[in-house]
Write a protein that binds this ligand. Structure first.
Ligand code: GLY
Length: 393
């Protein structure tokens, strides 16, 4: 009788511990309350919530900053979950606030800036006014592609180099696929594929970690391999690894070319098997930061990786369950008090403890709007998957 009770107890503990502690409804109820406050403190749609200043005050940015689309995008995710018209109105307002960036040919970040708000808005509402704005924006982005070099230029200058490309740029390709599909302009699709192929060739090390910045010569050869936001040229900047993992997962979704799926899996394996990845699976800001464990975590990298892993898990393979379970662990960690703010604190951002640019002494251990965005996206992806038989514990 006693051993029977012990067995039953063990069984109960196992099944409970196998279940996730994430309550998606609760998380979105909190996000909605926190962002209601954010909306109240942001009456001016030219000032986009970005982070916290060193003195603790809110850090806002203008629409030409690469993060301007994440607030509107996050509001769309809250609308997607709550279906409340007030969120749709707020999301629309903050989406249209970025519209003028459709003509901006000075940045490679138009995917982040335009596709996160307008793409989600169009997906959820089919508002036809959004479409021409996105199509113009995608064409503006493609002007930064030089066929002789074979990649989209990220910045106009970096140190002494005139054609720098950062791994982050993989995130802007989804926008080009959308525009190619909508408009029939195959050139936009070719630009995305050529960029991804050359990035695959030049941006990665044999262990599948990536450099942050590759500087190209006019003939497409590599002039230098560098970092900007990471610890060192040869280190693995955590958010860069997450951008690459997400980017190649999208490449597989859009093309069904297995080489992209393999690349995404290799990056995921590098990330998840790294000896410096902490038990809660939220990475330090750089996998090779010199003072680990006394280094800041980057919640944004955890949120981006969680969302990417949840999509990657849907493509099967021997590690699908590991990817799913790792993503769930990341979301659980982010949803815990270790990373999630209390209501009304943290300048009304949802997550604490991200790192924007440590070598630049900017946004160190602060909230970041894109950490919130990918956390909400990850929660929605998790909620869609957890009901599927393949992912039930
Ligand atoms: N795209 C810039 C960053 O990830 O910080």
């Amino acid at each position: 009788m006693k051993s029977c009770l012990v067995f039953l107890f063990c069984l109960l503990t196992l099944s409970v511990s196998a279940q996730s502690s994430i309550d998606v409804d609760k998380e979105f109820a909190f996000a909605a309350k926190q962002y209601e406050r954010m909306l109240q403190t942001h009456p001016d749609t030219t000032k986009f919530p970005q982070s916290t200043n060193p003195d603790g005050s809110i850090r806002n940015m203008k629409s030409d900053w690469w993060c301007s689309g994440f607030f509107g995008g996050s509001l769309w995710y809250i609308y997607e979950r709550t279906k409340a018209p007030a969120w749709k109105d707020a999301a629309h307002k903050w989406t249209m606030a970025v519209a003028k960036e459709q003509y901006n040919t000075g940045t490679h970040d138009l995917g982040f800036m335009l596709y996160c708000p307008f793409g989600n808005g169009y997906r959820l509402t089919k508002n036809q006014a959004y479409k021409p704005i996105m199509l113009t924006g995608a064409k503006s982005l493609a002007t930064r592609f030089d066929p002789k070099v074979g990649v989209i230029k990220s910045w106009n200058k970096f140190q002494t180099y005139n054609y720098p490309v950062i791994i982050d740029n993989m995130m802007n390709l989804e926008f080009l696929f959308w525009a190619a599909n909508e408009s029939g302009n195959k050139e936009l699709r070719n630009v995305a594929i050529t960029h991804a192929d050359n990035t695959l060739k030049n941006h990665f090390r044999p262990d599948y970690s990536s450099y942050h910045v590759i500087c190209y010569n006019p003939d497409g050869t590599v002039a230098a391999k560098k970092t900007h936001q990471g610890y060192a040229d040869e280190s693995a900047w955590a958010r860069g690894q997450a951008w690459g993992m997400y980017g190649y997962t999208v490449m597989y979704r859009e093309t069904k070319d297995k080489k992209y799926l393999e690349q995404a899996r290799h990056i995921a394996d590098f990330f998840l098997n790294h000896p410096n990845l902490p038990a809660d699976k939220i990475p330090y800001w750089d996998f090779n930061a010199p003072n680990i464990p006394n280094e800041e975590r980057d919640a944004s990298a955890g949120a981006i990786a969680a969302s990417a892993l949840l999509e990657l898990a849907t493509y099967g393979g021997p590690s699908a369950k590991t990817y799913y379970q790792s993503a769930v662990k990341m979301l659980e960690s982010l949803a815990s008090p270790a990373y999630k703010a209390n209501l009304g604190e943290n300048n009304n951002f949802i997550l604490k403890h991200s790192v924007g640019h440590k070598p630049g002494k900017s946004e160190i251990d602060t909230p970041l709007i894109y950490a919130d965005y990918y956390f909400l996206e990850g929660l929605l992806r998790y909620d869609a998957l957890r009901k599927k038989a393949a992912f039930k514990s």
